[in-house]
Design a protein around this ligand. Sequence first.
Ligand code: AGP
Length: 611
Amino acid sequence: MCGIVGYVGFRPARDILLHGLERLEYRGYDSAGYALQYNNSLVIRKCVGRVTDLAAMDPGEGARATAGIAHTRWATHGEPSTENAHPHTDSSGRIALVHNGIIENYKSLKDRLKARGEVFVSETDTEVLTKLIGLELEAGGNLLSAVKRALSGVRGAYGIAVVSADEPSTLVAARYGSPLVVGIGEGENIVASDVAAIVAHTRDVVYLEEGELVEITTRAVHSHGSDPRMIRERMTHVDWNLSEIEKDGFAHYMLKEIHSQPESLRNAFRGRLDMSEGTAHLGGLNMTPERMKQIRRIIITACGTSWHAALIGKYILESMARIPVDVEYASEFRYRDPVIGEDTVALVVSQSGETADTLAALRLARRKGASCYGIVNVVGSTIARETDAGVYIHAGPEIGVASTKAFTSQVMILSLIGLALGRARGTVSRSEGIALANAIQEVPDKVETILGRAGEIKDLAREFTYASNFLYLGRGVNYPVALEGALKLKEISYIHAEGYPAAEMKHGPIALIDDLMPVAVIAVRDAAYDKIVSNIQEVKARKGRILAVATEGDSDIRHHAQWVIEVPEVADQLTPLLTVVPLQLLAYYVAVARGCDIDKPRNLAKSVTVE
Ligand code: AGP
């Protein structure tokens, strides 16, 4: 996903813009650029490559500019090139624009503009929008009114920041489908696609609503959108500190985030567990016990790792609350015309809160009358704001593209929801609830124990540096963990890996087994233990090499598995919170051994805000 930063104030804009882009580098990009507004002109620099390459370019008199916009581009229309890099300008060169999102009707607009003699230098949809605004400005009015008129003819998703050489110390920003947040400073204001680019300057921010335009000057931010409240009434305070966004001495954000799971899991249940009644209080759900008793059906929709958390949620909610749960890939759900209605509760799981497919699935579920609840990490994100209610997972900023701490916190929140529903519906007794609440409280320390074995897992990972394929097997609530372990390995080490229900092996995949096929099996001492051991024996009989994630003290498993990683014992429903951790570390260390780009894996973005 691309990154946007815009600044207007009294300090040198270029430094602030470049620093902001650095804070957004984790999102992944292939080119970068800025436009500085100075002395009634625009100074534009852009390049393919990194922000450091852009910083090395001489800004000329732009070094004295105190307003400007900047961008890191993740190519969607047109390959990575200087011509396709943002900012783009209109034909006069007096307007510059940066854009996140996709203009879906850009081709027809481009044809119309070409017929009017407009000349295009790039393949991008963004340049079309810029030229539209330029023509509207020629027709009269100021930059804000020109942007408003141009956007009225546009279909698709956009987050934009625009600057004009003729309107000093003024930026215009607008969003629809691609997030923008404005930081409110003293005598300066900053707009960005992510709060990470803002917190170094101010913690008072306003998240733009869908369809909102703002005119930003040094003194004020004027909103032109559906929300009548004054900007200052909508301000929220960001409590993430920069160190949370830094790596804190870890080699990669992903490793830092794996090791921060004891803390992020504590943050997920802090203030929400009722130890005396053995239940959970989730104020954000705004759901009374009576409402909880009425629920007849739940769907959970998500993408990727969040979908794996959702699948674990199915097992947990069905076992604790005895409610039928369907888990839906958002990308499928949104086009399937699903049979849901007022009797349906829809849980929408998303770390970023901006995933396009998940947002579309949410909007569909709402249109069909379902009550929609978000399980989201990023405060103020679009999904968080468009659900009826929800529960923030409080995992803190997750920078590594491969999701780790957000996953375990999503599973934790789903466990809390299951506990609350089960207690309200009487399907979990008070004593069972108290036992579960105690088990939940012990999870962070047990994760800490597993993290203490990271060195052991790092050594083991070397065995798989040159593996071409990897199979992950699990049963019951650990089947989705097998899927998640496989996804982690795929996305950061580029080894082909597949997760499978263990019993499904004999229906085909066992043909893959030979001594070159490592097989990771989640074989904790739960209700499925004996069955999983027989699956291991089936694999072993075909010379498969077994890595077992097993319960501490299980000596039997060592007769069947070549390698064993132990995890502490915990209540069956909570085992995924532990069994996933060795698989996260395994994927990480295999990818390190293979010299892969851990935090910015090829072809991936942290948040997929386009279809
Ligand atoms: C997870 O490791 C992946 N990066 C990806 O599958 C991710 O989980 C998916 O894109 C959903 O993102 P979201 O949770 O922000 O909606």
